[in-house]
Design a protein. Structure first.
Lengths: 322, 322
């Protein structure tokens, strides 16, 4: 009889679904903002993100199912006790975030952000040349659900897709080429789009430094939806001001939130959104999180831990398997 | 030995391509803005748009190949003499305009225009719920090259695609359903996206009147890239202000350019661009126009008029065949 703490905003239908799977369990529902240390200490299973500081290597906690794709806060020393299972919500966000990525790519390419500024000024003015996704080359760095779904859509729209991942593996059909991260420097100059959807690890911190940003193809577009620290913000500002890039879209920044007086707000050819591409803003995202949680719960309670989805290795911050 | 006036901005490579097809012809190259009545009177063939008023039923003119998809200015009485062949540039604009349409659809759906306004104000603020193309229903009104390419892309991104055209015909693979225009009123309430890419004819003038705009599904998005007069602007303003629609994108307006004091500039959930989705802004668009012109020239000179592409019937403003 497990104690399960649920912090995601489930409705009655979702509760019935979870309780039907965990028939002998005791469910506590608590809004994420209202969770107490007592709630966390009592739980053997947590479904939903809770502040990592509240966990403090709780020996009672057996498994936490995050509602986020990012798991870095839970991978730090002293958060999870040895052997605690950590699963993330990979598979929930690919749809919402990849559509966001297509949107900002076209917004930059078609100068729609400039036209919107002109609209605010009631200014009817032709801003000239554009480029297209069709016939372009896209480099996707980080091939989780988000990077994969983005590559799939770019390929459907006529882009040549190259994927880069940490470890070698079988090439999925939505990629024209697949390489490991060591090849990044030679691939950057080939791409019209570079998309980053990387977890926050020591290896990905400022992976896009000034040298790599300048190594991108002139006029290319950079999109970051993973963690803000994948891009060096000072270097990005210099490279954008130099006119080397065609544009950049950041849904994640360093720091976050971006202070009102930060120079990036006014950088040329930059589109900034406040870490909104994911969250639960798309209803389907939340439905997927509930389904992932339910499927993992069923496997966990049946003692089939090996079959659980999206298990994260706290030592690396990467998934052990999809 | 035909006299050919070329008003599109060809480079040496394009000239060599056309002159190789019209070996015995005399080519005159003149920038569209510099064309004189004398140039037009001398020409038996014109490649590129010239002011319709300059043509004045010129008896010498045998064929004009437009660089635009819209042909309405040349379909009015007294412009073309009986029997003059009119071809447009269908096939050139589908790529550029359909990518623009995907861009504005996602910009509205993901509230990217609001986030860009916030960025200009250095304002980090979550604007809440979004919707997705995946799982939506798209109604494409007007199935020329532009509407067809848009439908193809929306279907690839997971939308259910319904097409409406003037005359019945075989359903292309990128449409889930195809109907004739008489069914428009019953289809409007089903669509999350309504896309208009219609020629300017008496039948399409204000086809989206207030009743039809209010007949759209609550929260749906309207996109107009054909001619501005397909949408009644006063009705649109009222319907947008009522909050009935999720958004609207206009690349074409009535009137055009939109005067600086026009109330549409500040209408809620509206994205306006100044008739820029087409033009020659994408290099590939221009390359396609040159290829269409060359292929039609080859057929015309060989006496194979029946095989020419994109022949417009001046009486209806519609293409006789693709």
């Amino acid at each position: 009889m497990k104690q399960i703490l649920v912090t995601i905003p489930v409705n009655d239908r979702h509760k019935a679904y979870l309780e039907n799977i965990g028939k002998d369990c005791i469910f506590t529902y608590r809004a994420a903002a209202a969770v107490t240390e007592e709630d966390v200490r009592a739980a053997q299973i947590i479904i939903g993100n809770v502040p990592a500081a509240m966990i403090k290597a709780s020996p009672r906690l057996e498994w936490i199912q995050l509602n986020s794709a990012g798991a870095d806060a839970y991978c730090r020393d002293g958060v999870l006790a040895e052997g605690t299972v950590l699963t993330n919500a990979t598979g929930a966000y690919g749809l919402a975030i990849s559509e966001y990525m297509i949107g900002v790519a076209l917004m930059l390419q078609n100068k729609l952000y400039i036209y919107h500024k002109n609209q605010l000024d009631h200014y009817w003015h032709d801003e000239g040349d554009v480029t297209s996704i069709f016939g372009s080359t896209t480099l996707v760095v980080g091939l989780g659900d988000i990077g994969g779904e983005f590559a799939r859509r770019m390929k459907a729209l006529g882009s040549y897709t190259i994927g880069v991942r940490r470890t070698a593996g079988e090439k999925p059909a939505y990629l024209d080429k697949l390489y490991t991260t060591e090849r990044l420097d030679e691939l950057l100059p080939r791409a019209d789009f570079v998309a980053l959807s990387l977890p926050n690890t020591p290896q990905t911190n400022h992976i896009m430094n000034e040298e790599r940003l300048r190594g991108m193809k002139p006029g290319a577009i950079l999109i970051n939806v993973g963690r803000g620290n994948a891009v060096d913000p000072d270097a990005l500002l210099r490279v954008l001001e130099s006119g080397h890039l065609g544009g950049c879209a950041l849904d994640v920044t360093e720091p976050e939130p971006l202070p009102a007086d930060h120079p990036l707000w006014d950088a040329p050819r930059l589109v900034i959104t406040p870490h909104i591409a994911g969250k639960f803003h798309l209803q389907e995202t939340f439905e997927r999180i509930v389904r992932i949680s339910g499927e993992n719960l069923e496997k966990y309670l049946a003692g089939r831990k090996d079959e659980m989805r999206s298990v994260v290795d706290p030592a690396t911050g990467y998934r052990k398997r999809s």
